[in-house]
Design a protein around this ligand. Sequence first.
Ligand code: NAD
Length: 458
Amino acid sequence: MSSAPEHLHPVDPSNGEPLAPVAVTTAEALEATVAAARQAQATWADTPLEVRCSRLRSFAAALQGDASEALAQQVAREMGKPLREARAEVRGVATRVESFITQAARACAEEVGVEGGIKVTVRWRPLGVVAVIGPWNYPVATPNNLVLSALVTGNAAVLKPSEFTPRTGAMYHALLTEHLPPGLFGLVQGTGRVGAALVAGDVDMIAFTGSIATGQAIMREAASGMKRLVLELGGKDPMIVLPGADLEAAARHAAIEATRNSGQVCVAVERILVHQDIAETFSQRVAEIVRGLQVGDPRDEATQIGPMANARQRDLVLGQLARARAGGARFLVEGEARGPGFYLSPSVVVGVTPEMDLAREETFGPVVAIQVVRDADEAVARANDTVYGLGASVWGPAGAETEAIADKLQAGMVGVNRGLSTAGGAPWVGWKMSGFGYTRSAAGMRQFMQPQSRAVRA
Ligand code: NAD
């Protein structure tokens, strides 16, 4: 990292116009931010859990009205998310605080046992300073999950937002930091270079959400200091649709969850594996629903699908679509790119085959990609034939038979006749290359802590 002043140049995805530049954090400022976090953490670790929780509650209470609306507007401006989706993202941050508090209380509880005259206590202690590195697709919700997990368990946090959404990151940071002791929650800005410098800095853990490739780079860099890791990575979520399913509900789920946020969702429906007996009816209904989706300016209240967040992502999706077409896939709905900005309307593609990268690589775009399978066994085999393992869903007759298919899926989060869910304190977790470590749930909170056992002769 250099010490010379540099800037990020974010762009409004709805028109391609430059937004105000954001200064990149210098090497010296990064070091000072981490040092301040470390100093503040010593006191924070000794602050009673109830007090830490009350700070988070006051953040949640403040994230209402004008503050909440301003943050949602910022998300819409910087990444092109339709305003109503952006509002839901921000609302979710405020409403989820209580569940972080509940899980933290479970995670922080001491465990005591007596055996052979020895009293053993297991205490869960914070790790120290957690570097949080975020993506652009949910620029508030994803860092927030990691930041709140770190803070509530007694750690300090330093956030590096995505270079595509720096102001959203700065606004989130300003809102939360107001409720925390000075220095405890730091902010640095920049590209992957600054992210790498933060990983190499004086931090004890890296909590990361982003691509597999970056996750691997972080894992390599973290190895020398044996730093703790939570990596929430990409997915290629399959949706299996079988005879006996509620086809209307399944078609609606497919159409909406493959195109929400322009498909830029880690747990989007990326692949549909539909039984041959219902494939035609199902595909036609999906196409009908997709044709009715409203594409437009993210700030228009009626818009369901805005532009893609950046030209790089749009071009990646266009490349996958072109190669699928060349490989013989058919378009029931043809997505069109248009400017100014990075608009790409949704596509419904049938005749997708397992070798196509539309079936293998994360698409992260507004594409419903449909493969036809002979039976449930073939669906399961194809669903699992991937390095990814984030989410999955299976749609079939209600009951044990469909649940038995879910049992065979290699994914961290599985839905049966619905999308995946983290209700009831379930973890947010990826299997295979979709993740390393996990969050939410009491066990997820403990990823941000170090167990320490103490044995005392009675
Ligand atoms: P990305 O990996 O390109 O970038 C993520 C962040 O890492 C950015 O802030 C970037 O600046 C930083 N970075 C890049 N190189 C780095 C390095 N060497 N060291 C440290 N930091 C570095 O990912 P993206 O394009 O911003 O996000 C999209 C990806 O995120 C998709 O794959 C998506 O599936 C995934 N994602 C996963 C989840 C989940 O919960 N599993 C949630 C949201 C997004």
